[in-house]
Design a protein around this ligand. Structure first.
Ligand code: ATP
Length: 266
């Protein structure tokens, strides 16, 4: 979505543009008010990682690409925040990885589902799952609207890509035996901790890199993809993501709190 309000000269122009997209998403009924709070949590962690894609995130992105390509029935879950932020990238990723798109909301409402479906269709989506109540299935042990998934989509998926997801649903999907990939700036969230592959990065930066990684790996043999996936250890990667924040803050503190290239090496 073009944005004319943020001056390109503003030192925080990128961050402000992202925020504007969410506000527009809120005004058009795509994003919920709770989604705005979630974005605030994400922004705080983005500050801590230095608002750039770390090598740690790139490693997880590569594993996620291999995992999507190995999937027999990969499904991308779309909520109001990702629909507002990266609609075109969702379609590109679905095409590159032969994945289905499913609207899956934390705060479910018919109006919001329709608003998100409109955004996805405008971006080029042909088939969208999650909307037809005839196909609603439930994730066991979740006692709210969050348990609903599409029997042809997330319920049947072997690989579930759930960016900016809520912890209960992530745990539920893992319990159902799915391989769960998430993008979450907060390495301490339950989703980040419970997923099989956690990309600790802003979804706005991670999505184009994930599409590129899928395109790069898509002709590779099964064995090579399997090795990439088997060599990825999410607990190790998450611990490293937390260490990177720790090291960066220590370097900044030593630098009297001043952001400069010396404190930005990692
Ligand atoms: P959990 O239930 O997993 O413990 P939570 O209560 O914060 O965490 P949600 O609000 O459903 O759950 O999750 C949203 C997550 O998405 C948060 O961890 C937030 O940091 C993260 N997030 C928000 N905006 C972005 C973004 N643009 N890119 C990546 N992650 C983001």
């Amino acid at each position: 979505m073009p944005n004319n309000k943020v001056s390109p000269k503003h030192p925080r122009a990128t961050s402000l543009r992202i925020r504007e997209k969410l506000v527009q998403g809120f005004e058009t009924g795509v994003t919920s008010s709770f989604g705005l709070f979630a974005h605030g949590r994400g922004e705080a962690f983005d500050y801590l990682i230095g608002e750039r894609t770390t090598n740690n995130a790139k490693h997880a992105i590569n594993a996620a690409a291999a995992c999507l390509l190995l999937g027999q029935n990969p499904v991308l879950s779309v909520n109001g925040n990702v629909a507002a932020l990266v609609p075109d990238d969702l379609i590109k990723l679905a095409n590159a990885s032969r994945a289905k798109l499913e609207i899956n909301l934390y705060h479910r409402s018919k109006d919001r589902e329709e608003a998100i479906a409109r955004v996805l269709k405008e971006a080029g989506a042909e088939e969208i799952y999650g909307l037809d109540s005839d196909y609603h299935e439930t994730i066991p042990e979740i006692h709210s609207e969050r348990r609903i998934v599409d029997s042809r989509g997330l319920f049947a998926a072997d690989v579930a890509f759930v960016p900016l997801e809520d912890g209960d649903r992530t745990e539920g999907l893992v319990r159902l035996g799915k391989r769960v990939i998430t993008v979450d700036l907060n390495p301490l969230s339950r989703t980040a901790q419970k997923a099989n592959i956690t990309i600790v990065d802003n979804v706005v930066r991670a999505m184009p890199l994930l599409i590129k990684a899928v395109e790069k790996l898509q002709d590779e043999p099964y064995e090579k993809l399997k090795i990439i996936l088997d060599n990825f250890d999410n607990q190790y990667n998450l611990a490293e993501a937390i260490s990177l924040i720790n090291d960066r803050l220590s370097a900044l503190a030593k630098n009297h709190g001043v952001l400069d290239s010396g404190a930005e090496k990692k």
